[in-house]
Design a protein. Structure first.
Length: 93
């Protein structure tokens, strides 16, 4: 389980109370968030990522320009926690 702790502490993390033995929301960058839960000897994880693709309005292929912002994933965090609770409940039956 030491690898689980090392992986969690290497990123921005937020503790999630009342979920498994330990649970963290791990944010690696603006487009990636992972919910990691330690329950007994099992580690469960749920990962959500967002990306954007666009084509520059310019006809020049060398000019990339500023693309759209990566969507904010924080509104999905409560749903991730709820889904993880449902998953853990169904695994116990």
């Amino acid at each position: 389980m030491a690898g689980w702790v090392r992986a969690v502490t290497s990123c921005c993390r937020e503790s999630v109370p009342d979920l498994g033995d330990k649970a963290y929301l791990v944010t690696r960058d603006a487009g990636n968030v992972e919910l990691r839960v330690l329950e007994g000897g099992a580690v469960l994880s749920l990962h959500l990522s967002a990306s954007t693709q666009y084509q520059s309005a310019d006809d020049e292929e060398d000019v990339v320009g500023d693309g759209p912002d990566v969507p904010d994933l924080s509104p999905y965090q409560p749903a991730m926690i709820s889904d993880m609770r449902d998953l853990m409940s169904s695994l116990k039956h």
